[in-house]
Design a binder for this molecule. Structure first.
Ligand code: T46
Length: 132
């Protein structure tokens, strides 16, 4: 994979709870402009199927399990996210799909840009053309 996608481990503190934290620079290589989270996703319906022109994101599966497909136009890889201390960095211009949501999964996303529908490429052929 050509771009900067990787699994990043964040600190976990086991006290009378399990506490996890992530900070910019050290764990998150961009300034966070937006957060969103997905809960109660239909376990039968995959999501995503797009790339972002500018937005970089860090995905945390803080509960449950999900399979993420990453595609840079040349290679595809599949990553399981199921650990609350692991964040998946998704660079801009990476086609991503989310599959096999386990029931009660909570996906927390930190994003480098505010929401802008024009930042999405939702057509795979257009994505391939832009990347080549
Ligand atoms: C992504 C993956 C991981 C907003 O109005 N504001 C927002 O910040 C977001 C994220 C979405 N929306 C609206 C846009 C659509 O009308 O919420 C609706 C559902 O969004 P979408 O179909 O893009 O959802 P997913 O789960 O396919 O993708 C989401 C993010 O949109 C996307 O950026 O990378 O999660």
């Amino acid at each position: 994979m050509r771009r900067n996608n990787s699994l990043i481990n964040i600190p976990e503190i086991f006290d009378d709870c399990n506490l996890y934290f992530a900070q910019t620079k050290q764990h998150i290589p961009f300034s966070i402009k937006r957060i969103y989270y997905i809960i109660q996703s239909n376990v039968k319906l995959p999501r995503g199927f797009h790339a972002h022109k500018k937005t970089k994101q860090m995905l945390f599966c803080i509960q449950g399990k999900i399979k993420i497909i990453l595609d840079d136009g040349k290679t595809r890889e599949s990553i399981i996210l199921d650990k609350p201390n692991q964040g998946l960095l998704i660079d801009k211009m990476i086609w991503h799909e989310m599959h096999e949501f386990k029931k009660n999964t909570i996906l927390l996303v930190l994003a480098s840009q505010k929401f802008n529908p024009a930042d999405y490429i939702r057509d795979y052929e257009k994505f391939k053309n832009k990347i080549s």
